[in-house]
Design a binder for this molecule. Structure first.
Ligand code: FA5
Length: 341
């Protein structure tokens, strides 16, 4: 009996001292002091012992009961103290800890270029105007001297809508809308999305942005020299002085004479590469002196006014400015690309 009590004592006191929380401690209390515990069994059997043994074993068992009870109470205090210490540690505020950096977003590179372009034109006295992204056939083609079956329509393979409208293929439609509402003198610039049914490659996409510029005044007041000076001022403002530009004769039904405008390729510095298709130049857009037919289509008398217009691709300008070799990167949504701007 005495051996058994000693074994219970060793095991119980060891387990009680190792208990890590109050729930474990309660389980040990039931195990060693409960009605079904070994010690209670020992006490129940005391009555069957001899008188001397009864006294001795009874005293030992009661002493152990008190000792275990004491140890459990002591351990409750320890656990509570430690738990409240843990909470304090967890909730401690270190006012000297460096703040967490909040990552800030920024404007898309095309939006940055757009704002920059608008600022340059604003400084030259141009008004920024908005156009419509979905146009009717009249404003997108007919009023721009591109009637049905005109071969120039083929160059702008178009997404036609069922109601006969088009997601605009060029920002030149803004010229028509603005001149229908406003009389010259006028200087406007308009930037926005256009859509063409094209296969994508490094310099072409089916959705891109154009900037349209229009300057009109009485006949004799605006010449090609004004166009050249406005464009070269714009190019210097956007790309810096080192970029070379050139004009080539070209045809657009809404200008006469018409030009195409190129900037020197920033990758090969004019030597010829994959991006510029070996030519050393990147085509930025079309331009020319406004065809008198456009003035009559908006209700102005023929030969009363003269002016120039140009339309450039914004993605191509952003490619040159930032040294980007594929226009599709602008629309890929890849943060590794976008975070560089
Ligand atoms: C036009 O769209 C004429 N409206 C420009 C114009 C305006 C001429 C005013 C005369 C007077 P074009 O189709 O060439 O022209 O397009 C102009 C520019 O848009 C191109 O030079 C190029 O920079 C850009 N561009 C054309 N197609 C794409 C494309 N698929 N992806 C990206 N940029 C394009």
């Amino acid at each position: 009996m005495k051996n058994k009590i000693d074994k219970i004592k060793d095991l119980a006191l060891k387990e009680i001292s190792k208990a890590r929380n109050l729930a474990d401690l309660e389980k040990l209390r039931v195990k060693y002091l409960g009605r079904k515990s070994e010690l209670t069994n020992v006490l129940r059997g005391v009555k069957n012992l001899s008188k001397n043994e009864r006294k001795e074993v009874g005293e030992m068992a009661n002493k152990l009961r008190e000792e275990m009870d004491e140890n459990i109470k002591h351990q409750v205090v320890n656990i509570k103290r430690r738990e409240s210490g843990d909470v304090k540690e967890k909730e401690k505020i270190d006012v000297t800890y460096p703040g967490r950096k909040i990552s800030k977003g920024h404007l898309h590179p095309l939006t940055q270029v757009r704002y920059e372009i608008e600022e340059i034109f604003k400084s030259m006295g141009f008004l920024t105007v908005d156009g419509r992204e979905v146009e009717d056939e009249f404003h997108n083609f007919d009023a721009l001297n591109m009637p049905k079956n005109h071969p120039a329509r083929d160059m702008q393979d178009t997404f036609w809508l069922k109601n006969g409208c088009v997601p605009r293929t060029q920002t030149s439609s803004v010229q028509i809308r603005f001149m229908k509402e406003n009389k010259p003198p006028l200087r406007i610039v308009s930037i926005g999305r256009v859509y063409r049914n094209e296969n994508s490659d490094a310099t072409h996409d089916f959705n891109f942005n154009q900037i349209e510029c229009l300057m009109v005044d009485e006949s004799g007041k605006i010449t090609v020299a004004h166009f050249k000076s406005v464009v070269s001022e714009f190019m210097k403002g956007l790309f810096g002085k080192e970029t070379k530009t050139r004009l080539r004769p070209s045809y657009f039904p809404f200008v006469e004479p018409g030009f195409e405008f190129d900037a020197s390729c920033p990758y090969c510095k004019g030597r010829g590469c994959r991006i510029c298709k070996g030519t050393g130049w990147i085509e930025l857009g079309g331009a020319g002196m406004v065809n008198q037919k456009i003035f009559t289509s908006v209700g102005f008398s023929e030969d009363k006014y003269e002016g120039f217009a140009f339309g450039f691709g914004v993605e191509r300008m952003a490619m040159i400015k930032y040294g980007i070799d594929d226009t599709r990167l602008f629309y890929g949504g890849d943060l590794r690309f976008l975070e560089q701007f």
